[in-house]
Write a protein that binds this ligand. Structure first.
Ligand code: CA
Length: 178
């Protein structure tokens, strides 16, 4: 495997620099994002191998970022949370985060979590799919979290949207009710 590409999402430049310096000196490549929208955009266009995600972001809740990424990708996400965000940490894991680091963390721990995530990469089946699904007149934009028919945005409840994503992901397959 080539050097894994890590997406570092953190609005605090001190923490971000600590992480990127660590990654660089350990031969990882990285990209950074300082807010949630930039993180989702980078996850979509750059297809990183692992994401380090700070939960306390200036624009979007980190948990929301996880949900958006999870609607189209199983890329490993390691949450970085401050102690005051402990409740959010549980919500983040429930939303699909794989692991977490609590600030302040050691560089050794960061690298260890990363190795765990890398082992998982090789076991995740398939490559991350396209971030937009097209079928006839239907379009599902996973990154934007919306769907449209004939170019008109569909008004869907969160459950309906999830169902649609699931059906789109397994288009052509028979799915059970559950
Ligand atoms: Ca923060």
């Amino acid at each position: 495997m080539n050097n894994p590409k890590i997406l570092v999402v953190e609005d605090d430049s001190t923490v971000r620099n600590l992480i990127t310096t660590t990654l660089k000196s350990n031969n990882y490549t990285y990209i950074t994002a300082a807010n949630g929208e930039a993180a989702i955009a980078a996850a979509t266009t750059q297809q990183p191998d692992v994401v380090f995600l700070d939960l306390g972001l200036p624009d979007l809740d980190g948990v929301e970022v996880i949900k958006r990424i999870r609607s189209w990708s199983q890329m490993p996400i390691i949450v970085i949370s401050a102690r005051s965000e402990d409740g959010d940490k549980v919500a983040a894991l429930d939303a699909g985060a794989d692991d977490y680091l609590t600030k302040p963390f050691s560089v050794t721990e960061l690298l260890a979590r990363l190795r765990v995530a890398q082992r998982r990469i090789t076991t995740v089946e398939g490559k991350p799919g396209d971030s937009v699904f097209h079928n006839g007149k239907l379009t599902v934009d996973y990154a934007a979290g919306c769907a449209s028919l004939n170019g008109e945005e569909l008004k869907l409840t969160p459950t309906e949207y999830k169902l649609l994503c699931l059906l789109a992901k397994d288009a052509g397959k028979v799915l059970t009710h559950t």
